[in-house]
Design a protein around this ligand. Structure first.
Ligand SMILES: *Cc1c(COP(=O)(O)O)cnc(C)c1O
Length: 422
């Protein structure tokens, strides 16, 4: 017997849940790729993408996953022999740096470990020491999906400015675009890379690179750029065919249009960010309540450094792997594996797991995951204090009281205070 025979739920940190509307938008015959409905529709995608990244810069769309977008960004700004500074807070920035190395860059890693964000003062110190300005680019993730840390991007920008250093700031927002607030222009980010399959609720296969004027100037000098990754024709095409350097990813684009309708035109970006903040706080509240020696705990202790898109958990091996297995086979929920926290396949790796709460998620989904986890911990005798699900429901209830009602310990303003404030 398995209790899991109902609608399954993939709660890994990407690909995220795809709305039925997004899937249905793809269910159509192939369109003409030269003129008509498709090019007209794609014209409307660019401004909405820029609105989501809050930039007046450019955006190039690639048929690629996040790794492709990484390579696209680097190829447009780097030359062989350039020095690159990688700010590592888990797993993903190092992966990006490895791609830079294959381009012939000299890569240097500042490693801040998997349990806290980038220390901006260390970045300032390193850049001040680079008096000859050999470092051409700083690579950083906004959210590291392995550790679930969220970096303070404005602090990193301030550190670069304080050092008076001209390096480009390249930011990976693949995990968290439309989940954690991003203000590309206000924060002085030169290049942002992201993908379709996480906060943007679209199947994997589209990669996006946003860039500002400073990055466009760097492109003019870069000698790593190749025909396929060149962002110039992708942003200034004379004919539609050039936007994608060949046949457009037709059905992905229709899916993306539908997802952007939902996100930008219907819910609104600010409301979506506020929703993610509430859901993330519900997840944290549950784990804070359950926390007990020998049990499961949040990987990131400081709430200000936690992502609203994904939460990484640590526990005594093999509890993590057992919980994932129980959740899949008894509750119909697939949780994410631990990534980059211990060598894959080692006993230690079985002590980590992750929950994705990005994109098309709401309280019944998140509370369902948390309540199922509580049942799983009980079934498997994983030590936990009581009250996790109650704590999560209190966060949801407090954030969604009817307008005008005042709960003990809250104010009517409590409802708006969840908006993008933290
Ligand atoms: C998912 C993710 C990637 C990798 O994206 P792929 O589409 O799997 O290539 C890179 N960086 C971060 C922060 C991610 O969350």
């Amino acid at each position: 017997m398995s209790l899991a025979n109902g609608r399954p739920y993939l709660a890994i940190p990407g690909p995220s849940v795809m709305p039925d509307r997004v899937l249905q938008a793809m269910h159509r015959p192939a369109p003409n790729i030269y003129e008509g409905a498709l090019p007209e529709m794609v014209d409307t995608i660019f401004p909405d993408l820029k609105a989501v990244a809050r930039t007046r810069g450019e955006v190039a769309i690639y048929i690629a996953n996040g790794h492709g977008a990484w390579e696209a960004a680097l190829s447009n700004v780097l030359s062989r022999g350039d020095r690159v500074l990688v700010l590592s807070t888990g797993h993903f920035a190092k992966g990006w740096g490895a791609i830079a190395e294959r381009f012939g860059a000299v890569v240097e890693v500042l490693d801040f470990g998997p349990r806290s964000g980038v220390d901006a003062s260390a970045v300032e110190e390193r850049l001040r020491a680079d008096t000859g300005h050999a470092i051409r680019a700083v690579l950083c993730v906004q959210v590291d999906t392995a550790s679930s840390v969220r970096n303070n991007v404005p602090a990193i920008r301030d550190a670069m400015d304080a050092a008076g250093h001209p390096a480009l700031l390249l930011l990976d927002c693949i995990a968290c675009l439309a989940c954690d607030d991003l203000r590309m222009d206000d924060w002085g980010v030169d290049v942002v890379v992201t993908g379709s399959q996480k906060g943007l609720m679209t199947p994997p296969g589209l990669g996006f690179v946003f860039f500002n004027e400073k990055a466009a100037e760097a492109r003019a000098r870069a000698d790593c750029v190749t025909s396929y990754w060149d962002w110039v024709p992708r942003t200034r095409a004379d004919i539609f065919y050039q936007y994608f350097f060949g046949t457009a990813p037709t059905h992905h684009l229709f899916a993306l249009r539908e997802a952007l309708d939902m996100l930008v035109r219907e819910e609104g970006l600010d409301a979506a960010l506020a929703r993610h903040a509430v859901l993330a706080r519900a997840v944290w509240a549950a784990f804070d309540a359950w926390d007990t020696p020998g049990g499961v705990s949040l990987n990131i202790a400081d709430p200000a450094s936690r992502s609203h898109a994904v939460t990484a958990l640590r526990c005594t091996a093999p509890h993590g792997a057992q919980l994932r297995s129980w959740m899949e086979h008894e509750a119909g929920v697939t949780l994410g594996i631990g990534l980059g926290m211990a060598a894959p396949g080692t006993p230690e790796a079985a002590g980590f797991f992750r929950i994705g709460h990005m994109g098309h998620v709401n309280p019944h989904m998140v509370l369902g995951v948390l309540a199922s986890l509580q049942a799983g911990m009980a079934a498997l005798d994983v030590p936990h204090a009581p009250g996790g699900v109650d704590a999560a429901t209190r966060v949801i209830a407090q954030a969604a009281r009817p307008a005008g009602s005042v709960a003990a310990g809250t104010t009517p303003a409590g409802r708006v205070s969840v908006c993008c404030g933290d």
